[in-house]
Design a protein around this ligand. Structure first.
Ligand SMILES: [Zn+2]
Length: 426
C-alpha cells in the first residue's frame, strides 16, 4: 500500500509539473530586483506561469491557492551560467564518456537537472555536452516532460585538434572514433564548425581558447586557436546571432580571445591587470567558476588516480581563481555567476556564493550576479532575473536571511519555476 501511495503521489506531482498553477504568494521579504534590497510584506500574483503583479500588503486578489511565505525571504530563481548538466566528471568518471550512450547521458542529465532545480537554480547555461543529449534534454524540460531548469546550451565546445575540448590521452584508434565535428583547424574549418553547431541546435557558441585542466594532455593552459581562427569563429557566430563564450585560463589566450571579440570569458585564471582593462574596454563578461578550481585542486592533492597531466595544471590554475576574481571584480569587470558544475557535484552550485563573498562581493552583489547579471549574460533578461510584472514566476525562498549568511542559499526551502511549485515550503 505504501508503495502504491508513493507511486500515486509521484503521479500527482508529475501531472502538476507540466501545468503551472495560478497562485497568490504572500511573502514576508521579497528581493524583487537584487541590488535594490528587500520589499516587506508583499503579495505576488501568478497567472499562466508569469508574474502579474507584486503589491504591498497581504491581499488575496483572486480565488487562487495561497502560498504562505510570510516568514520567508523570496528571491528570483537562481541562474548558473556555466554547467555541464549531462555528466559529472572527476577521476573516478574518466571512462563515462565511453561507457554511456547519448541516451544514457540525457537520462543522467535529467537526474542532474532535477537536483539543480531543487537547489534553486531555475535556469542554467550548459557550455559543453554531447549535442544529441543536451539539446534533447533542453527541449524535453522546455515542454514539461521532465523536471529541470530552463537550459540554454552550446552543445559541444569548439576546439583545435589535440586541444582542450578534443579527446586526449587514449589510443589513437579510440580517439579517431570519438572525434566530432566540433574539432577544427584553420579559419575556414572553424567557420564550418560554428555553422555545424548552429545547425545542430546550439543557442550559443563555446570555444576552448586555451588549454584546460581536465584534458589529459600536457599542452599547457595558454592560447590554442590562432588569432585568425578566433576572428573567424567570432564573425561567423555573430553573423548567425550567436554569442561566443571562451573557456580561457592563460593570459595570452584570454587577451587574444578578447581582441577577437568574444562576448565572455569562462574561468580567467591567469588574468592580469592588462586583461582586466581589455575586459572592460570590450564590455566582456567574466564567468569565474571558482568552485571548479577548488574542486580540481582538491582532486590533485588527494586522489592518486587523477592523471598527472591534469594534476600539474589543476595545482597551477585552481589556487589562482579566488584572487583573480577579487582583482577582476575590484577592477570593475562585469561578473555573471557560474560554477562549472559537472566538475563539482550537481546541486552544490550555490557553494560558489560563499567563494564570491570571500573574493569581495557583498552577499547581495553575489545574488545580483546570479540573477540580474546572469539573465542578461544568457540573453533572457526579458523573462527572468527579477520578480517583476510579465516575467516568469521563477522564484525561490529561504527561511533565514541570505544577506546575513549567504550559505542559506546552499539549502533552498521553496522552488517555483514558471508558476509550478517543484519544492513546497515545509
Ligand atoms: Zn566547463
Amino acid at each position: 500500500m505504501k508503495k502504491l501511495a508513493a507511486a500515486l503521489i509521484g503521479a500527482v506531482s508529475l501531472s502538476a509539473m507540466a501545468h503551472a498553477q495560478d497562485a497568490v504568494i504572500q511573502a514576508g521579504h521579497v528581493m524583487a530586483v537584487p541590488g535594490e534590497g528587500y520589499l516587506t510584506n508583499q503579495t505576488i500574483l501568478v497567472e499562466d506561469g508569469r508574474i502579474v503583479s507584486v503589491t504591498p500588503g497581504f491581499t488575496v486578489p483572486k480565488k487562487y491557492p495561497v502560498i504562505d511565505l510570510k516568514k520567508a525571504y523570496v528571491l528570483p530563481g537562481l541562474i548558473d551560467s556555466h554547467v555541464h548538466i549531462t555528466f559529472e566528471g572527476g577521476p573516478a568518471n574518466r571512462l563515462k564518456g565511453f561507457e554511456d550512450s547519448d541516451v544514457d547521458a540525457a537520462f543522467n542529465g535529467a537526474d542532474f537537472g532535477r537536483k539543480t532545480l531543487m537547489a534553486g537554480f531555475t535556469t542554467v547555461q550548459d557550455v559543453g555536452g554531447g549535442n544529441d543529449s543536451i539539446f534533447g534534454l533542453r527541449d524535453a524540460i522546455a515542454r514539461g516532460a521532465v523536471p529541470g531548469p530552463r537550459i540554454r546550451a552550446s552543445g559541444r565546445a569548439i576546439a583545435v585538434t589535440g586541444g582542450h575540448g578534443d579527446i586526449n590521452g587514449f589510443s589513437a584508434k579510440v580517439m579517431a572514433a570519438m572525434t566530432g565535428s566540433n574539432i577544427c583547424d584553420g579559419a575556414d574549418d572553424c567557420r564550418r564548425a560554428v555553422r555545424q553547431q548552429v545547425k545542430e541546435g546550439a543557442d550559443l557558441i563555446k570555444i576552448t581558447a586555451t588549454g584546460g585542466v581536465l584534458s589529459n594532455t600536457a599542452a599547457g593552459l595558454d592560447q590554442q586557436f590562432s588569432d585568425e581562427e578566433l576572428a573567424a569563429i567570432v564573425e561567423t557566430a555573430h553573423f548567425m546571432g550567436r554569442k561566443v563564450t571562451a573557456h580561457a585560463h592563460g593570459k595570452g589566450g584570454i587577451d587574444a580571445a578578447l581582441r577577437a571579440g568574444v562576448d565572455s570569458i569562462e574561468h580567467g585564471s591567469f588574468m592580469d591587470a592588462e586583461s582586466v582593462a581589455l575586459m572592460i574596454e570590450k564590455g566582456a563578461t567574466l564567468v569565474p567558476t571558482v568552485l571548479a578550481g577548488a574542486t580540481a585542486a582538491g582532486w590533485a592533492r588527494t586522489d592518486p588516480t587523477f592523471p598527472e597531466a591534469s594534476r600539474v595544471k589543476a595545482l597551477q590554475a585552481g589556487p589562482l581563481m579566488l584572487d583573480m576574481l577579487r582583482r577582476a571584480y575590484a577592477g570593475g569587470v562585469n561578473v555573471a555567476f557560474g560554477t562549472d558544475t559537472g566538475v563539482s557535484r550537481h546541486g552544490d552550485n550555490a557553494q560558489e556564493f560563499a567563494l564570491m563573498v570571500e573574493a569581495g562581493f557583498t552577499p547581495e552583489a553575489a545574488i545580483r550576479a546570479a540573477t540580474v547579471v546572469a539573465s542578461e549574460h544568457v540573453q533572457m533578461a526579458k523573462d527572468i532575473g527579477t520578480l517583476e510584472t510579465g516575467k516568469y514566476a521563477d522564484l525561490i525562498a529561504v527561511t533565514a536571511d541570505p544577506l546575513k549568511n549567504i550559505k542559506e542559499l546552499e539549502d533552498v526551502d521553496f522552488v517555483m519555476k514558471g508558476g509550478t511549485v517543484f519544492k513546497p515550503i515545509s
